[in-house]
Design a binder for this molecule. Structure first.
Ligand SMILES: Nc1ncnc2c1ncn2[C@@H]1O[C@H](COP(=O)(O)OP(=O)(O)OP(=O)(O)O)[C@@H](O)[C@H]1O
Length: 301
């Protein structure tokens, strides 16, 4: 049944002129929990969201959101989806209380408690104009509005961009509160791995418009290992190192960040002349960034 997935794309492609932003993307995101979508700049994350929310048509393939064709969403369907993006687009000339009243009228499932709970993290006064709010306050107000709408699905595109540490923490706490309290699925796009580590149950990695990985963040971390080897001289030719993501030489030691290698990798290093070999786990930040950096565009020499 389509409804088991809040998002389901099939061979979804989006082309902008010569650029293929989404490339036959097959993505299925199950209902419930917090899902983080990560990818390098230009991986196609915002394009995916724009298509899913019906702001942009696909070039080919299909995209369903809450079981509906994303290109045929009714106002009622839209009421089931909350969206917060980095720009926190709200009518800047209006006052906080007027915007709130508008949303209260617009959404039949309006939840005043959720609204007050989230807004309570920020020092926002009802008489303030949106234009007068700080970036963090605008983000918090936007999230409070989106959550109070009682959405089944909340889509957040870089919602904490430019926020300070305290505002970020308040934002994430509100997010976790919403997720724990209701049956609200959260899809969250961010470059901030420490945030993802804290809140995400599922990690989706996109690269050049394609799905590269999807699992719990811990499972992805377990795919990446950091090996330190004491190898006299140059060490093996990097092109021969299995699963190599990154190589660094620090204090005479070789540091290898590798993907999908088990203890056989230690054997490989020893056979390459290593006198000692040690493996260590890596943080999510290191794992994801090493993975993305491998295929990141680089200037041609
Ligand atoms: N309106 C457009 N016209 C032409 N190319 C576009 C347009 N919008 C996006 N692109 C291109 O499509 C690709 C995907 O862009 P998108 O904004 O979806 O990436 P992203 O993963 O959200 O990136 P970022 O992390 O930098 O926000 C990029 O290479 C971008 O240059």
């Amino acid at each position: 049944m389509h409804d088991d997935y809040v998002i389901e794309t099939q061979a979804l492609s989006k082309r902008y002129g010569r650029k293929l932003a989404l490339d036959h993307l097959d993505l299925k995101i199950p209902r419930g929990r917090i899902h983080a979508v990560v990818g390098a700049n230009g991986a196609g994350k915002s394009t995916l969201f724009r298509i899913l929310l019906g702001f942009l048509p696909p070039t080919a393939g299909s995209a369903r959101i809450l079981g509906r064709d994303s290109q045929r969403l009714t106002p009622e369907d839209r009421g089931r989806i909350g969206f917060v993006n980095e720009e926190h687009t709200l009518p800047t000339w209006m006052r906080v209380n007027a915007v709130t009243a508008m949303h209260r009228r617009q959404y039949p499932r309006w939840n005043e408690d959720a609204f007050q709970q989230v807004l309570g993290h920020y020092h926002v006064l009802p008489e303030q104009k949106i234009a007068q709010l700080s970036r963090g306050e605008r983000a918090g107000f936007n999230l409070a509005l989106a959550l109070a709408q009682g959405p089944e699905l909340l889509v957040l595109d870089e919602p904490t961009l430019g926020l300070d540490v305290v505002a970020k923490r308040a934002f994430l706490e509100s997010l976790m509160y919403s997720n724990a309290a209701d049956a609200c699925t959260v899809i969250y796009c961010s470059h901030q791995m420490e945030e993802i580590e804290r809140v995400a149950d599922n990690l989706v990695i996109l690269e050049r418009g394609r799905l590269m990985h999807m699992s719990a963040p811990d499972e992805f971390c377990a795919r990446v290992t950091h090996w330190v080897a004491d190898i006299p001289f140059k060490g093996p030719d990097p092109s021969l190192v299995p699963g190599l993501l990154q190589l660094q030489r620090l204090d005479g030691l070789h540091h290898y960040l590798v993907l999908d290698q088990d203890d056989d990798f230690a054997e490989f290093l020893r056979a390459s002349g290593a006198r000692s070999v040690q493996s260590m786990p890596v943080s999510l930040d290191r794992a994801v960034n090493g993975f993305l950096a491998k295929n990141h565009a680089a200037p041609t020499a």
